[in-house]
Design a protein around this ligand. Structure first.
Ligand SMILES: C[S@@+](CC[C@H](N)C(=O)[O-])C[C@H]1O[C@@H](n2cnc3c(N)ncnc32)[C@H](O)[C@@H]1O
Length: 277
């Protein structure tokens, strides 16, 4: 059975195929650190990859990780962030869930090579349906990915796997409430959701500890992402990789719109910390 057959919806399958294409490109292009996020600028000297690592660190620091913590990372990309996490924090174990099979394979192979396979376990699976017992995790983290999830199901599932008072920490993108009409136009925009609907949805299970806007710090990386993608596209076009090429072109367009949204405040990028009730 194909790995895609396990997924709940055609939209989730589409996203999984897209990230399988990205993983192929990241490996083909030998990108040194395989983050896939817009990053967080701390200083004007920060390189692109430093900004990307900063964003992950922002989430990890907000998660208040303890040496005995059981961590869950949903939408972990190629796992780059979890190797960073393992080098900077003490914790018991981390279980990752990702719908892109090639990213799961890459992360598990790397964990084996770095002898971290007992600590970092990467599974093929959806954030909305984690194969984990109830009340078994201390933290659930989601770096730049929850806008792909069926959010109401995800919040319910995160609340199920978290212990009482456990934290859900996200670096998350949503529409400003004035763009709520967009979320009724298409299923992918509905998943992005708008801020007040999103908050109402998580507050069924979580108390809001913090919402911190990071639009300003994320915007330079988003803009850089567009120009990097365009440069890659023009340098590396190969007819045999047309599907990956098209995926990247679409990503450049949506990232340019997102960067404009950050600049105008019509799209929010927030660091969000939630405590399970
Ligand atoms: C923008 S990338 C972010 C990757 C990584 N967190 C980073 O910052 O480098 C989004 C990731 O979310 C994953 N993803 C999307 N929908 C998902 C879902 N429903 N469940 C689990 N992972 C999902 C994608 O496969 C991809 O790895």
């Amino acid at each position: 059975m194909s790995a895609y057959a396990k997924l709940d919806s055609p939209l989730t399958e589409f996203v999984a195929r897209q990230y399988d294409d990205f993983q192929f490109l990241l490996e083909d292009l030998n990108k040194e650190r395989k983050y896939l996020n817009y990053g967080f600028r701390r200083s004007s000297q920060d390189s692109y990859e430093t900004k990307q690592a900063n964003l992950c660190m922002l989430v990890f620091e907000a998660a208040d990780i303890k040496p005995d913590s059981v961590l869950v990372d949903v939408g972990f990309g190629s796992g780059e962030q979890d190797f960073l996490l393992a080098s900077k924090f003490k914790f018991k174990e981390l279980i990752g869930f990702n719908i892109a099979e090639s990213q799961v394979r890459y992360a598990n192979e790397r964990a084996k090579t770095e002898k971290l396979q007992k600590k970092l376990k990467f599974k093929h699976g959806q954030a909305e349906k984690m194969e984990m017992p109830a009340k078994s995790a201390d933290r659930v983290m989601a770096v730049e990915c929850a806008f792909y999830f069926d959010r109401p199901r995800f919040y319910k599932e995160a609340a199920r796997v978290l212990k009482k008072n456990g934290l859900l920490v996200l670096a998350d993108i949503t529409f400003h409430d004035s763009l709520a009409f967009l979320t009724r136009r298409a299923p992918d925009l509905a998943r992005v959701s708008h801020r007040s609907a999103n908050q109402a949805s998580w507050e069924e299970y979580f108390e809001t500890v913090k919402i911190q806007s990071i639009n300003r710090e994320a915007r330079p990386g988003a803009q850089e992402t567009v120009s990097m993608i365009l440069k890659w596209l023009f340098r590396h076009f190969k007819r045999s990789q047309y599907s990956a090429w098209k995926t990247l072109w679409n990503m450049a367009v949506s990232t340019q719109i997102t960067a404009l949204g950050f600049a105008t405040g019509l799209i929010h990028y927030d660091l969000i910390v939630l405590r399970k009730r």
